[in-house]
Design a protein around this ligand. Structure first.
Ligand code: URA
Length: 237
């Protein structure tokens, strides 16, 4: 298969971003850096590396959900040495496991990982609109007018957000607001609340598409069932 497709299937990056990595000379096949986009590789016999690290496609895709705790960053390795999600998932057994999207270090909740690059990129593609449900504990005055602005689709500095579902699920000094969004822009939920004069004090992702955490404890992971993988792929169109 084409090298860029191989990299995408292994979860390194989307097909287009993989082409740039090849052009940048960061990919080698059997020890030789290759920069030709048309390079073909045989997944059974060629050894592919990215920035010197082996890249492989697992024969049987492996997909899990983690109930991410606060205090770990969503990356498989951190140059600054901070605790990462890699310490919580079975990377030794599944070296090509990568997180599907990102939660901020202080955000808790449902984070998917897969070895299936095609599936990961499909789930993240903005045009596929997989709904994500968050619970935000907020400070500042969260009024019905603010909720309506979020429902209508608030404009952030990187463009308008799609209309969100918004409902207060716990009243009080720091109310808890449930928000369902279909995009996955950087710090999106926090920026949405900031835009209506509030601050997110705690953020938890309760579900991703058709999947919820159920009784999965914080810091633990579990493999998805075949039915759950099918439901996810249907949600991603
Ligand atoms: N929105 C945020 O602001 N942070 C997250 O971690 C996820 C969504």
């Amino acid at each position: 298969m084409r090298l860029s497709r191989y990299l995408a299937r292994a979860g390194v990056a989307s097909r287009r971003a993989s082409e740039q990595l090849i052009l940048d000379g960061r990919v080698a096949v059997n020890g030789q850096v290759v920069r030709e986009l048309g390079t073909q590789v045989d997944e059974a016999s060629d050894a592919v590396t990215f920035d010197g690290a082996p890249v492989c496609i697992e024969d049987v895709p492996f997909t899990i959900m983690l109930n991410k705790p606060a205090g770990v960053v969503t990356t498989m390795s951190d140059p600054q040495g901070r605790p990462t999600v890699a310490s919580l998932v079975p990377v030794r057994e599944h070296p090509s496991l990568f997180p599907v999207g990102r939660l901020d270090a202080d955000t808790t909740g449902l984070l998917l990982f897969t070895t299936d690059g095609d599936m990961g990129h499909a789930l993240l593609h903005p045009s596929h609109h997989v709904p994500k449900r968050y619970r935000a504990r907020v400070s500042g005055r969260f009024t019905e007018a603010a909720a309506e602005r979020l429902r209508a689709g608030i404009v952030l500095d990187d463009g308008p957000c799609a209309p969100a579902q918004v409902r207060v699920v716990e009243e009080g000094r720091l109310p808890v607001v449930e928000v369902v969004i279909h995009e996955g822009r950087k710090r999106q939920v926090k920026r949405m609340f900031q835009a209506v004069g509030c601050r997110v004090e705690q953020l938890h992702r309760a579900s991703f598409g058709p999947l919820g955490l159920g009784s999965l404890e914080e810091g633990r992971w579990r493999q998805l069932t075949d039915g759950e993988v099918r439901a996810l792929m249907e949600a991603a169109g």
